[in-house]
Design a protein. Structure first.
Length: 421
């Protein structure tokens, strides 16, 4: 089945008629429908599916020379199928659909791999339901303990294991051998920015992921009447939060980093009431771990200073921090350089690129990915990015042109062929 047909089949699932955005929360009906679609596509290709107790899946294409059940020396590609709330179509699913299409293309070329090739789907990559990004891959690699995962609750108070069970899964949280013996992991992803647009390049290769973290700020004050309480008599936590958000914006601009308050809970959340508490979640990212820590510390200091003037209280709690990830530079160079001009099985386009010495650009990304978690666990890892003409992501405006999608499929197929030969 063609990339275009697979994309048409998957595209309507979980899409909002009002906004055009996607609501594929982990273990929800829409996300499970996507998972079923994946299972059906794997069966269509006679791929052997392996699962772990965290909800992650890898579907294997094993050549005749590889023993049944063996993953030794395997090359795995794939991504995720969940989305942020009101997200775009391409973040995650592009990597999954492209992986299946790349397997089809390799078979059409008559290529027989010397090692197994796997197509993966990791769960709860976005952290949109349980607040911890890349939860499936973190559990698989042991980066998050089963005990910590069992304490996670969604906004409705549903524990992670209960949500999984309600979706028809049998939770057995913790480290798994799903990628045991795998030689490398390659994730294709929509670019979440305009670097490739500015370079006039359809494909890029990742060099690194910036360190990033999520931090909860609780601002406490005194609830009171919005009409009868004089401004000078208020203990208003909303003011402290507002000034903290402005301070975060300024600090990020000063050091070339990123700081975003994207989620806020207000209590009692009444139009005519001074709030008693404002809880706000900061997403912060910096080029180095030191710069990230220094920026967050300064934001916390400014928030505390402002709380003193507002006669409010503030506390900050770290919810998650992911360190800087440097992808295997040798693997990145190998993938970025089209040097297989003497490979008679490669498409003519790839041969011509190789002879011209053209390279795909190697670029850093500020967004977190399952590939980063897999890399931190010790597996050689790489990422391919596909150009996004809008530069917008985590939004219905996220876009990849079909022509670039097909270039991405060919780039991924070339990469798998190079690695699995």
């Amino acid at each position: 089945m063609s990339f275009e047909q697979m994309w048409r089949d998957l595209e309507p699932v979980g899409r909002s008629a009002a906004s055009g955005g996607y609501f594929r929360a982990p273990f929800s009906t829409a996300e499970r429908e996507c998972a079923s679609w994946f299972t059906e596509e794997c069966a269509r290709r006679s791929l052997e599916i392996s699962r772990d107790g965290n909800g992650n899946v890898v579907a294997w294409w094993r050549p005749p020379s590889v023993p049944a059940g063996s993953t030794r020396g395997g090359i795995v590609t794939g991504s995720h199928l969940d989305s942020v709330q009101d997200g775009g179509a391409y973040d995650g699913p592009l990597g999954v659909v492209s992986a299946l299409a790349a397997v089809d293309l390799l078979r059409d070329r008559g290529f027989t791999p010397c090692r197994p090739i796997g197509v993966s789907v990791f769960v709860e990559e976005e952290g949109s339901r349980f607040g911890l990004a890349c939860l499936g891959s973190r559990l698989m690699t042991g980066a998050v303990s089963p005990e910590a995962a069992r304490q996670l609750r969604d906004p409705d108070g549903i524990p992670l294991p209960d949500a999984m069970a309600a979706a028809g899964l049998e939770p057995d949280l913790g480290g798994s051998d799903l990628l045991e013996g795998v030689e490398c992991f390659v994730e294709l992803h929509v670019e979440q920015g305009r670097d490739l647009v500015n370079r006039d390049a359809a494909i890029g290769v990742a060099s690194a992921i910036w360190p990033h973290g999520r931090y909860r700020f609780d601002f406490d004050g005194e609830a009171n009447h919005a009409g009868t309480t004089r401004m000078e008599d208020r203990h208003d936590p909303m003011l402290t939060y507002a000034m903290t958000a402005l301070a975060a914006n300024k600090q990020a601009r000063l050091c070339g980093a990123r700081a975003t308050f994207g989620r806020v809970d207000v209590s009692p959340n009444g139009t005519n009431a001074v709030p008693s508490r404002v809880s706000a979640w900061l997403d912060a990212r910096g080029e180095t771990s030191g710069e990230l820590a220094a920026m967050v510390a300064e934001i916390e200091r400014l928030a505390t200073e402002r709380a003193g003037r507002d006669r409010t209280g503030v506390s900050m709690r770290v919810e998650s921090v992911s360190g800087a990830v440097s992808f295997d530079p040798g693997l990145a160079q190998r993938i970025a350089t089209e040097d297989d001009g003497d490979d008679s099985t490669a498409p003519r386009q790839a041969q011509d690129i190789g002879r011209s010495g053209r390279r795909w650009p190697i670029i850093a990304t500020m967004a977190g990915h399952d590939a980063g978690i897999v890399s931190e666990a010790g597996t050689p890892t790489a990422m391919l990015f596909v150009r996004n003409p809008t530069g917008v992501s985590h939004s219905p405006a996220e876009l990849v042109e079909t022509a670039d999608c097909l270039v991405g499929v060919e780039a991924l197929a070339d990469t798998l062929q190079r690695l699995a030969s």
